[in-house]
Design a protein around this ligand. Structure first.
Ligand code: SAM
Length: 201
């Protein structure tokens, strides 16, 4: 991680803790994921949003598509907030408790900021933002397991930041057995955010 990435990570953590110290609130990345899913999905019946946070993305996708949208999160405070929004929320570590072939689509805006191990605070906002030293701590395990929970014809929408190593994430997804296309891209002052659509090959 470069010094400027480290400073950016620390600034983002401080800024986010100021908004709500326990649950990630919707931001540009949330909006991009919701927009991409709503525009690209065709009549899904059951959708899973992994790491649902406040439940805002799940709520948008349900409102726009009419699908049953389940949100999951490791953070119990997030599950509570999502439920308060009317989202069916399950406390889970990634995809662990979900049955094979259960979902027409899986969405994930992962914690992705590369974070110096000496800077980890071990609080819920850290869990929401930090992707470990390379930013991909959860992306790898997610890609290894997500194909299992997809119904036939199912697809994955994954947010990727340029800070996380776009080409490396595409390579990991291809090695996990997916074809990859980019359905959204937006540039921000410190990063480029993309939404990748993954389909089992
Ligand atoms: C960047 S936030 C995204 C929140 C929300 N989806 C949004 O877009 O506004 C990442 C979310 O992943 C959750 N998370 C972190 N580790 C997780 C894990 N192992 N399993 C499930 N969720 C996790 C965090 O608690 C946080 O709510």
């Amino acid at each position: 991680m470069t010094d400027s990435q480290g400073e950016d990570s620390r600034a983002r953590l401080a800024e986010r803790r100021g908004v709500d110290p326990e649950v990630y609130q919707p931001a540009e990345d949330s909006g991009l994921l919701a927009e991409a899913a709503v525009d690209s999905l065709s009549a899904p019946e059951v959708v899973l949003e992994v790491g649902t946070g406040s439940g805002w993305v799940a709520e948008q996708v349900h409102a726009a598509t009419g699908a049953r949208v389940v949100g999951s999160d490791l953070n119990p405070h997030a599950c509570r907030q999502a439920r308060d929004r009317g989202v069916e929320a399950v406390r889970a570590d990634l995809l662990g408790p979900f049955a094979d072939g259960a979902f027409d689509a899986v969405l994930f805006n992962p914690p992705y900021l590369p974070t110096d191990p000496d800077n980890e605070w071990d609080d819920w906002m850290e869990h929401a933002l930090s992707g470990g030293e390379d930013g991909r701590r959860l992306i790898g395990p997610f890609l290894q397991d997500v194909g299992r929970v997809l119904a036939p014809g199912g697809e994955v929408y994954l947010l990727v930041s340029s800070l996380t190593g776009y080409d490396i994430v595409v390579d990991l997804a291809e090695r996990a057995g997916f074809s990859v296309d980019e359905v959204r891209q937006e540039s921000y002052p410190f990063e480029v955010l993309s939404i990748l659509r993954l389909r089992p090959t």
